[in-house]
Design a protein around this ligand. Structure first.
Ligand SMILES: C[S@@+](CC[C@H](N)C(=O)[O-])C[C@H]1O[C@@H](n2cnc3c(N)ncnc32)[C@H](O)[C@@H]1O
Length: 219
């Protein structure tokens, strides 16, 4: 049997166990969340923490929608204003102790192998909502069902109709991917789950400056 080695298939997120899972998210994918999924959530008066900020490719678009954005990561990628923090540590950073309250929202692209723990921790810390971009295949799995979905199902599953290409170690404007992604959203005080589709929106939400400093240009 021949093996499928097309570049799209080869770009699936298969990472070693101790990897930081450095796969930046194209900014339009975060704008799609704020525009098409959280439209009724009054984000302009809310704060958000991006605890896997990496080089800031989610932080920048979040700043367009929220009143304030905190950014941290376990590794220092040199993003100005970000602090180093292991999100799975059972304490909140001092910045939140100074303000006297946690963030309204936590929005992130968690490392795949730690996504369940990230979601559990985010649900403890955020006061209004949590949104995590995950591979659509993250919706299946007996262990995940038992540990997460049977106890805390997401309130919104927002499936991208377009692909959101992510490649290791850099933002890509032109890459392709065989991996499908969705946003999972938990809203405090809501018990129902609804499935929605994010309509094609890359063209409207993507900007050339999203890729400034990268050699590729937006398609
Ligand atoms: C998939 S990347 C997401 C990057 C960024 N959020 C984006 O979408 O462009 C995952 C990030 O999680 C960070 N990370 C891994 N383990 C972590 C931990 N325990 N606490 C905080 N950040 C962690 C990695 O350093 C990496 O930057």
């Amino acid at each position: 049997m021949s093996q499928n080695t097309s570049s799209a298939v080869m770009q699936q997120r298969a990472e070693p166990h101790d990897s930081l899972d450095d796969f930046p998210t194209q900014p339009w994918g975060t704008r799609a969340l704020c525009t098409h999924v959280l439209a009724g959530c009054h984000l302009k008066s809310k704060t958000v923490w991006e605890p896997t900020c990496n080089r800031g490719h989610m932080v920048d678009p979040l700043g367009e929608f929220f009143s304030a954005v905190w950014a941290s990561d376990i590794h220092d990628y040199g993003l100005e204003g970000a602090f180093q923090h292991d999100f799975l540590m059972p304490f909140v950073p001092r910045v939140f102790q100074w303000c006297g309250h946690g963030p309204d929202w936590i929005v992130a692209n968690p490392p795949f192998r730690l996504a369940e723990q990230f979601i559990a921790r985010a649900l403890e810390v955020a006061t209004e909502g949590v949104a995590m971009i995950v591979r659509t295949s993250f919706l299946e799995g007996v262990g995940r069902y038992e540990n997460l979905y049977s106890k805390r199902p997401p309130n919104i599953v927002a499936q991208f109709s377009e692909r959101v290409p992510m490649v290791r170690g850099r933002l890509t404007a032109t890459g392709s991917t065989a991996t499908s992604y969705c946003w999972l959203v938990w809203l405090k005080g809501v018990s129902s789950t609804k499935l929605v589709w994010i309509p094609p929106c890359r063209k409207q939400l993507e900007r050339a400056e999203d890729y400034a400093g990268y050699s590729e240009v937006a398609a």
